[in-house]
Design a protein around this ligand. Sequence first.
Ligand SMILES: Nc1ncnc2c1ncn2[C@@H]1O[C@H](COP(=O)(O)OP(=O)(O)OP(=O)(O)O)[C@@H](O)[C@H]1O
Ligand SMILES: [Mg+2]
Length: 344
Amino acid sequence: MAGLTLRDVRKSYGATQVMHGVDLDIEDGEFVVFVGPSGCGKSTLLRMIAGLEEISGGSVAIGDREVNEVAASKRGVAMVFQTYALYPHMTVYKNMAFGLKQAKTDPAEIDRRVQAAAEILQIKDYLDRSPRNLSGGQRQRVAIGRAIVRDPDVFLFDEPLSNLDAALRVQTRLEIARLHERLKTTMIYVTHDQVEAMTLADKIVVLRDGRIEQVGSPIELYERPNNAFVAQFIGSPKMNFFGAADLAPTAATTLGRAISDKDNVGLRPEHLVPTDGAGAVVEGRLELVENLGEYALVHLITATGVEFIAKTEKPPLQEKGSTIGFGIKPELVHVFDKETGLRA
Ligand SMILES: Nc1ncnc2c1ncn2[C@@H]1O[C@H](COP(=O)(O)OP(=O)(O)OP(=O)(O)O)[C@@H](O)[C@H]1O
Ligand SMILES: [Mg+2]
C-alpha cells in the first residue's frame, strides 16, 4: 500500500508540451478519479505514473520512493486498460497467472492468488475457458483479476468500463467499488463518465490542456467549483450560463445581489424551479421537452437568445412557444468572472 506524490510533472512529445507541471498528492488507500475533455492528458499522466511513459520533468514518488528512473515492472503498480488485452490462446487461469509465472513466483502461491482473485471477481467457473468464450464484462473482470494477483501498491484504471454496455457498466462499477472497499488499495481511475466519477471517487482531479483545474471531493466540485470550466464539466446536464442582460428584470432583487456585465451567472438545470411571474430569475421560450419519466429536461431560450435547460419533476403544462419563468434558491447561484472564469 502506498500514496503518491507528483511534483511539477511535465511531458513533451518533441516540441509539443502536453503536461504543464502537475502537482498532486494522493493518500494511501484513496480512490482518485481523473476527468477532463478528450486530449487533456489523463492517460498520459496515468502512463507516467505506471512507468509506461517517460516524464520530461518533475518527479513521481510512490510511497517514499521517487520512481522516475524505476522500471514499470518494479513500481508496484498494476494497470487495467479499456481494451482487455488478454492472451487469446491462454485460458483465463493462465492469463491471470502469466505475470506471476514470469516473475518466477512459487506455483502454490500463484494458485492461491489466482483462486482468491477469481473468488472476489466471481469468475471461478470460467478459469478453464478461453477469453474468446467470455462476454465483454467477464473479460474485463479477468483483466482486473490479472491486476489483483500482482498485489500492487497502486491500481491504475484507464477507462476500464467504456467498452461495456450500460447494464454491465453499472454492475462492474459496483464491483470496482466493492473491490476498493475490500482491498483498500490506492486506486487511480480515468473516466469520461460523470456517474463513475461522482460515485467512485474520494477525490476527483479535473484536468484541462495538461493542467489541473481543481481537486476536491465530488460534492465539493459540484457545490463549489472554483471556475466556470469545472462548473460546466461536473454535473449533467451541464450548468447553464447567463450574462446580466439575459436574466429576468427581477433577478437582482430575487438573488439579493447586483449582477454586473462582468459576471457569468451559473444556474444548474436541476435547481431551476418554475414560477409564475414574481420571483423569476430567468425566463425562456419553451422549445422542446424530453420526458424521461422520472424527470423531464425542458429546453428553453431567453429573449436574448441564450439556450438553457431546466430539469423538472414533471413536464411543463404550457404549449411550445410559451414563456416560462424560473426561480432558484439564492444559495444555489454560482457567479464567475467572465474574463478570468474564476468564481466571483
Ligand atoms: N505519442 C504521442 N505523440 C505526440 N502526442 C501525443 C502522444 N500521445 C499523446 N499525445 C498527445 O498528448 C495529449 C494528451 O493525450 P492523452 O492520451 O493523455 O489524452 P486523454 O486525456 O487520455 O484523452 P482521451 O480522453 O481521449 O483518452 C493529446 O493532445 C495527445 O494528442
Ligand atoms: Mg485517454
